[in-house]
Design a protein around this ligand. Structure first.
Ligand SMILES: Nc1ncnc2c1ncn2[C@@H]1O[C@H](COP(=O)(O)OP(=O)(O)OP(=O)(O)O)[C@@H](O)[C@H]1O
Ligand SMILES: [Mg+2]
Length: 275
């Protein structure tokens, strides 16, 4: 099922959650990198950070989340920031707690309608979670609960070293227990000279969970710029990443011809074409 560059790429999913085994593990690097990688494959990509905390206030009095800026830059996003990031809090704690400290209720229905707007505009929307899969985003509801409500599968970003088998397997179990499909995992910040644990972790996680290892990402010089996409373009892992997220669409000349009225035919004169 290889997706060759010569065919038009189509997204297999309307959206995908980028979650991780912990905060600071590299979710933004992977989510922004994926947005650039998929744009390079010809896709129109949307981005979303449903709930951000630890934002700062600009001189103009606007709240700025560095994750939101990184995602929007990577996707060349011109969507309203209120759709991309409906909730943005200052306290640097878990989103549900930050919301409570600010006296705000996080409404998953509002997040859902922002996601619907974005995913109706774009072929695939990359959604960055917050913290790990069980980090609370609205009261007791977690990132995993949000993915289940948005009906999107997940990609997991994990650390490379000792301890990551436990964290990654727990993350997979937690997502699956809510009916969220796990498409694959990345080991991030993979060292140049890996130790025994680093060399064997990916294989063991894949064997235990059956989840695909999508790649081990080294330390990148420009992690929020083109580093991730360039790494995958050079790596044999790129085919697996393509196959997980994309499928090939027959080119125009190869599509079956549909008989019947062409676009615009069959309408009475003066009747407007439907958008
Ligand atoms: N592969 C990498 N190469 C170099 N730096 C990296 C890499 N991955 C992550 N980093 C750096 O590690 C830090 C944390 O990464 P990132 O912000 O992507 O984590 P996160 O999981 O999104 O964190 P949060 O939970 O705060 O959203 C950042 O400074 C980032 O630039
Ligand atoms: Mg982040």
């Amino acid at each position: 099922m290889s997706v060759r560059k010569s065919t038009l790429a189509m997204a297999r999913y309307r959206g995908v959650l980028v979650t991780g085994t912990d905060t600071g593990v590299g979710k933004t690097v992977v989510a922004a990198g994926l947005a650039r990688f998929l744009r390079g494959e010809g896709l129109d990509v949307g981005v979303m950070k449903p709930v951000a905390s630890g934002a700062v206030e600009s001189e103009a009095g606007e709240r700025v989340s560095s994750d939101v800026v990184a995602l929007m830059t990577a996707a060349c996003c011109s969507d309203p920031v209120e759709w991309v990031n409906p909730y943005c809090f200052i306290p640097p704690v878990a989103p549900a707690l930050a919301a409570e400290l600010e006296g705000v209720g996080v409404d998953l229905g509002r997040i859902g309608s922002c996601y619907e707007r974005l995913s109706s505009r774009h072929q695939l929307t990359v959604v960055e979670g917050a913290g790990g899969a069980l980090t609370p985003v609205a009261g007791k509801l977690s990132v995993a609960d949000l993915a289940q409500r948005l009906r999107i599968p997940a990609l997991i970003v994990s650390r490379a070293g000792l301890g990551t088998i436990n964290h990654t397997v727990m993350t997979v179990e937690c997502l699956r227990s809510r009916g969220v499909e796990c498409l694959g995992f990345f080991l991030n910040r993979f060292p140049r000279t890996p130790d025994l644990a680093e060399r064997t972790n990916a294989g063991r996680i894949a064997a235990i969970t059956g989840v695909l290892h999508l790649g081990s990402i080294p330390d990148l010089e420009d992690p929020l710029d083109s580093g991730f996409a360039e790494h995958f373009l050079r790596s044999p892992d790129r085919e697996r990443l393509r196959e997980v997220l994309l499928r090939a669409e027959p080119e125009e000349s190869m599509r079956p011809r549909v008989s019947g009225p062409r676009s615009g035919e069959g309408r009475r004169s003066g009747e407007a074409a439907k958008p």
